[in-house]
Write a protein that binds this ligand. Structure first.
Ligand code: V0V
Ligand code: CO
Length: 142
């Protein structure tokens, strides 16, 4: 069901500062920057590698305000790893299959994600403390 690790999401307070750090330290390049109002984030995707199912990325996340998922995470836990996102080829089928195992779906239906993707989250309490995202890439690169 899982094709690859699509991205790791990292919560930060200052997106530009963290982008500069990742570029200087790991030589990675920003391939996309977006504001996602629905998710309450300003985010950047930094390219790591290409695979058969699509690329893999580091997603840096700055909250749009304190009353957002990443804003609450920063207040409780500080900066650090926020979620792991797995690539899937059929997100609706994956949600139906995973929901059938009893894992709570935070999104019953896919939402808009970075770079034209469809995304959905699984409850961290049902995945061993890991906020888990499913990502279906767009049919062809935008
Ligand atoms: C909260 N908890 C986490 C967590 N965030 N555990 C692991 N990883 C995280 N990131 C724990 C928290 O410690 C609590 O545990 C419990 O879950 C409830 O937390 P809460 O304080 O009530 O926090 P809320 O109200 O923010 O709810 C948490 C959830 C929420 C996960 C339900 O953040 C959510 O719906 N997230 C999905 C959307 C999202 O994260 N969007 C931003 C990324 P205790 O203390 O009770 O044990 S957007 C993105 O990735 C995009 C656009 C993309 O990839 O394209
Ligand atoms: Co993400």
């Amino acid at each position: 069901m899982l094709l690859r690790i699509d991205h790791v999401g990292i919560a930060c307070r200052d997106l530009e500062e963290k982008i500069a750090f990742y570029q200087a330290t790991f030589g990675v390049t920003v391939v996309s920057r977006e504001v996602n109002q629905e998710q309450g984030v300003k985010e950047a995707m930094l390219h790591v590698a290409d695979g058969e199912g699509g690329g893999s990325y580091i997603q840096l996340l700055e909250p749009l305000g304190p009353d957002t998922p990443v804003g609450r995470f920063l207040a409780r836990r500080g900066e650090g790893l926020h979620h792991v996102a797995y690539g899937v080829s059929d997100i609706e089928g994956a949600l139906a299959a995973i929901g059938g195992t009893g894992v709570r779906l935070l999104d019953e239906r896919p939402r808009h994600g970075a770079m034209g993707s469809s995304i959905a989250f699984l409850h961290p309490k049902d995945v061993g403390g890991v906020l888990t995202e499913l990502v279906e890439a767009p049919p062809r690169p935008l």
